[in-house]
Design a protein around this ligand. Sequence first.
Ligand SMILES: [Ca+2]
Ligand SMILES: [Ca+2]
Length: 241
Amino acid sequence: MNRRLKPLALVSAASLAVLGGAVLSSQPARDGKRPRSDQRGIIKPTMADTLRGAMYADNWFVMYINGKPVAVDSIDFLPHNVVTVDLLPQYPMTIAVLAKDNADPATGCEYGRQIGDCGFILKFSDGTVTSASWKAKCFHHGPIDRDTASPKVRSQAIPADWFEINFDDTSWANAVEYPQDRIQPKEPFFVHDFKGAKWIWSGDLDLDNTVVFRHRIDRPDFKPKWNTAPDLSVTDVPGLR
Ligand SMILES: [Ca+2]
Ligand SMILES: [Ca+2]
């Protein structure tokens, strides 16, 4: 069967327990060498093969990797929070993030007629960080001209395949990096490792309210140490494929 390995997100204690149970036969040998294949030639990944991702969005995000949803901000807005996730990497890795400010779609404002700002930052333990090398495109902007007395917005439909590996983002502008004192992240940011990562958004940190980011990581020398792929299907779960 022609199966394509996809990153596996492990976001709950239950899923961690499932994976932990699944890899018992593949724990590293005491000499520290990689596990040998079993009598069937199967080499399973271990948690040592995974990487840890951390994301902070002002105010909300959903992230896809190689076309699969792997993380969603579990808190829409307040309090600001950091989302961490374990990922089983596969390169090339296409990261696609849809991020939203806390903005009323009809006015672009929050708390009545106030203008709120935004920001997104990400760091993976493989060294992947957000920067101006990421692509960014705004799909909802407002209130136009900062007119909160008579607020109007400009929006366009997000392409249905925005998260797909082969989506063509070549015409998109690069993300803009913003200084941390412009973002003013809350306390959870400072208890996680985001060293080296940059705060990014599209061109207007105040008025661009819905933004899609995309970034591809190529590691041509990457060779998985495992030779298995999931047998399960998630197509019976709404929103998953
Ligand atoms: Ca805003
Ligand atoms: Ca905000």
